[in-house]
Design a protein around this ligand. Structure first.
Ligand code: OAD
Length: 245
């Protein structure tokens, strides 16, 4: 494998998806045997599903919490944390993953654009609530809620929901993400099928002269937007691919 050199003036923007946590034993969404096989996405990850059956939504995310608590960061997470230590402020990581394995591996300059598994918030807080918004902030939460009676309540009376961006909701930190992409000379995308927007279009937001590299065992849906595709598992490719100069 020919190594890619990151020069002293370069800035790297990384986008990760479920494939980066696959080697930690967490299921991906769309792979064979993936997360939606037993649970259809519309049954668990939409505001409509929450309105219809909040306990089912919470049982689903409670199981995800159990799985993530048992998982450990893998070589891919650790390689990205090492790249951040080498590049400092010239590195930025945006993850679609809601698990906390990147930060447990040591990543600090990162955002979770689809929310965080171990955070919860009032159902009336956040974007899109207008005049009815509750001002309560998201909070760290490892609790498991398995029934309607178990679901905690905010001081305003609203139910506590997962701090996850559901389909139809707006991803988080988009201004920061756009700023970082605009400055990047290398865009590295790993372990994501390129099927969910806006993340799938980030590669097209990079400056035209930026390198755009994809790492994963199969081509993503947006393969044509990359300048280089490296087929392989993130945990096997990432430790060898880059050399910081
Ligand atoms: P997907 O399940 O759509 O895609 C996972 C990708 O990881 C596939 O392209 C696999 O080929 C690849 N993959 C599998 N094992 C890998 C490995 N060891 N190394 C590298 N790649 C590997 O997951 P995402 O693209 O992350 O949103 O899904 C995007 C969003 O859709 C998620 O954030 C989630 C989901 O609905 C929310 O929860 C809001």
């Amino acid at each position: 494998m020919k190594r890619i050199r990151i020069g002293p003036e370069e800035r790297v923007f990384v986008l990760t998806g479920a494939g980066v946590s696959a080697e930690s034993g967490l299921k991906t969404f769309r792979d064979q045997g993936g997360l939606w096989e037993g649970h259809r996405v519309e049954d668990v990850a939409t505001p409509e599903a929450w309105a219809e059956n909040a306990a089912r939504v919470w049982r689903f995310y409670s199981q995800r919490r159990r799985d993530a608590l048992k998982a450990e960061p893998n070589v891919a997470h650790r390689s990205l944390a090492a790249m951040e230590r080498a590049l400092g402020e010239r590195f930025f990581l945006c993850t679609q993953n809601v698990d906390d394995l990147h930060e447990r591996a040591g990543s600090r300059r990162l955002v979770h654009m689809h929310g965080e598994l171990f955070a919860s918030r009032c159902e009336f807080s956040g974007a899109g609530m207008g005049a009815f918004a509750c001002a309560a902030k998201p909070f760290h939460d490892e609790a498991l809620y398995e029934s309607d009676a178990a679901i905690a309540r905010c001081a305003c009376g609203g139910r506590i929901r997962p701090h996850i961006v559901w389909f139809g909701e707006t991803p988080l930190k988009m201004n920061r993400i756009e700023r970082e992409i605009a400055q990047a000379t290398t865009m590295l995308v790993a372990g994501t099928s390129g099927a969910v927007y806006p993340a799938a279009s980030f590669v097209n937001w990079a400056e035209p002269q930026a390198r755009r590299i994809y790492i994963g065992p199969e081509e993503p849906a947006n393969a044509g937007s990359f300048t280089q595709i490296v087929l392989g598992k993130a945990g096997e490719v990432l430790p060898e691919l880059f050399e910081v100069g």
